[in-house]
Ligand binder design. Structure first.
Ligand SMILES: [Zn+2]
Length: 566
């Protein structure tokens, strides 16, 4: 007897069996009951979540001899033929393998003829976005004047590639990814029927790896059950999927929490010995710390946001207690940064090791740890152990007005007389007159004393770029803000309320020190940074404030919302 894969064996045969798509199946059932079935449907959504199954169920309900009914009988010849896939009236076309116009031409010829047995001729076109432009045009002609006995059901994973002319003639349904909890429910039910022994943690691991696709989850279950002799343990699942066991993630997080660099490096070595993919490890670590963050912030209230079995959730919650939120966010920050650097460095192992070292380094100069590590790389450490910052020397090209200047981007002939700041400011070539925008290499510097908010605004991109060379994540956060006030060497950077997370991430001691250091270096004067969040109601007194006025001036036509200090 040939083995029937689980996804086929347990394919839903009526709308009530379809899991996770009730928002669609309910409407379809009602439409059939009310005899208001559309001529053409477009089913959109990721793979393996029930689009084709729903198309076949819809075909059966329409052609069932006892129907149309919202539940096909599955016994009549119409139903059984559709079930076996050899109905003359229900034709499935795979858009991916039939991209040619010929198939659609044949389809057009065919639609003229009445159905052989059933009430309708039903065309199910899977991956419809793959059809060629000519095929779409041919299809469109039929869609414009569909014979009453014809129904179309199109399915696609990429609705954005389906021409608007087709979409507008269809009733569209967007299928959802299926939640891990629902997938675990299905795996559990099927495992009982098939006599698989599988623990809850293993089911969650499968659900997580399948990212909302029930078909993928069942195919993993297929493979696992065949290699594990119907007794599936979580280790088999992890090793088959190349995931890092949650035990190891807990152990690494524990070590990071204790600042135990040795232990976490040993764990890393274990993982490498097991042949795990280190990029996957980074993803898993990020997710683990994301889960710690969720539990730290929301505790039991937010536990449904964590895709794990109850007992692992409990452990995550317990582990979150040994971290401050700040440390969790710092770790997340560090892992994101490591993912970025892993893309450009040859040794991802080293990137991860450095990240662990930075996270566990708690010397008196902890805030500077990352700078020190970098300086060490550059062999620029002097004997005191104090790092000498190695910025490339910026080329200072100042004119006698104290303005920053950009090499090659403006004529330097004008040297002298009265200072018409407005004109001067506008004169700087930038995107508006098609000149080179600031070259964001190190070609920029400022000669200190005349520094004002306008000049900072002008070289803002260069400043954030300089920061990105030291810490990409900090620069990314900072780019969501805008410089708004500069007075007495204090630079105030504003963030809109929807970027509060970015603001708060920059407010860690480490990030404040880093931004101040980079900016001070670049602007040739000691800079203090302050972050504020926006509020639409800027009050009148503050509007009078000279600095704010300047800021508003500078940003005229540039920023939409206004800001005030907290
Ligand atoms: Zn039937």
């Amino acid at each position: 007897m040939s083995y029937l894969v689980l996804a086929r064996k347990f394919r839903p045969q009526n709308f009530d069996d379809v899991v996770g798509q009730e928002h669609i199946t309910d409407i379809l059932k009602k439409a059939i009951k009310a005899n208001r079935v559309a001529h053409s449907y477009l089913f959109c959504g990721p793979r393996g979540i029930g689009k084709t199954s729903c198309a076949r169920i819809l075909a059966k309900t329409l052609n069932c001899e006892k129907g149309p009914a919202d539940r096909p009988c599955d016994k009549c010849s119409a139903c059984t033929e559709i079930l076996k896939g050899n109905s003359f009236d229900v034709l499935e076309i795979d858009g991916a393998s039939n991209r040619g116009i010929d198939e659609i031409r044949a389809l057009r010829e065919n639609v003229k003829f009445a159905p052989s047995y059933g009430k309708y001729k039903i065309y199910i076109v899977d991956e419809v976005h793959m059809l060629t432009a000519e095929a779409f045009n041919a299809l469109l002609k039929t869609l414009e004047e569909p014979p009453p006995h014809v129904k179309f059901i199109f399915a696609t994973t990429e609705p954005n590639k389906v021409p608007a002319t087709i979409i507008s003639r269809c009733q569209r349904f967007d299928f959802k990814r299926i939640s891990s909890k629902t997938i675990v429910g299905v795996i559990n039910e099927i495992s009982k029927k098939e006599n698989f022994k599988i623990c809850e943690d293993a089911m969650y691991a499968i659900a997580k790896a399948s990212a909302g696709s029930l078909r993928d989850a069942l195919s993993v279950l297929d493979q696992i059950s065949s290699i594990s002799d119907k007794n599936v343990n979580v280790g088999d699942v992890y090793s088959m999927l190349g995931l890092v066991e949650s035990e190891l993630l807990f152990s690494m997080a524990d070590a990071l929490g204790r600042n135990d660099c040795v232990a976490v490096l040993k764990d890393l070595d274990d993982i490498i010995d097991k042949g795990k993919d280190l990029r996957q490890l980074l993803k898993d670590l990020l997710e683990h710390f994301r889960n710690l963050m969720i539990m730290k912030v929301g505790g039991v209230d937010l536990q449904k946001l964590v895709d794990y079995s109850g007992n692992i959730k409990e452990r995550i919650y317990e582990q979150s207690k040994s971290f401050s939120l700040k440390d969790i966010l710092r770790s997340i920050d560090m892992f994101i940064e490591t993912q970025e650097s892993a893309r450009i460095t040859e040794s991802i192992r080293m990137s991860i090791e450095v990240a662990f070292a930075k996270l566990t380094y708690k010397g008196e100069d902890a805030g500077q740890a990352s700078a020190n590590v970098k300086a060490k790389d550059d062999k620029a450490e002097d004997k005191d152990g104090k790092a000498e910052r190695k910025f490339s020397p910026a080329k200072i090209i100042s004119n006698n007005r104290g303005y920053i200047d950009i090499e090659g981007s403006r004529p330097t002939s004008d040297t002298g007389d009265g200072i018409d700041t407005e004109a001067e400011f506008n004169e700087v070539p930038d995107a508006e007159d098609g000149g080179d925008v600031i070259d964001i290499e190190d070609d920029i510097a400022f000669n200190g004393p005349d520094l004002d908010i306008r000049s900072i605004v002008r070289i803002w991109d260069s400043l954030t770029y300089a920061l990105s060379r030291r810490k990409m994540s900090a620069a990314t956060y900072l780019q969501e803000g805008a410089p708004i006030i500069f007075t007495k060497n204090t630079l105030t950077v504003g963030f809109s309320n929807k970027h509060i997370f970015h603001k708060e991430s920059l407010e860690t001691k480490e990030n404040i020190a880093l931004v101040e250091e980079v900016f001070s270096e670049k602007l040739k004067t000691q800079i203090v940074i302050k972050y504020v969040s926006s509020d639409d109601k800027i009050n009148e007194e503050r509007k009078e404030d000279e600095e704010v006025k300047t800021a508003i001036d500078v940003f005229e036509g540039k920023i939409i919302s206004r800001w005030h200090q907290e």
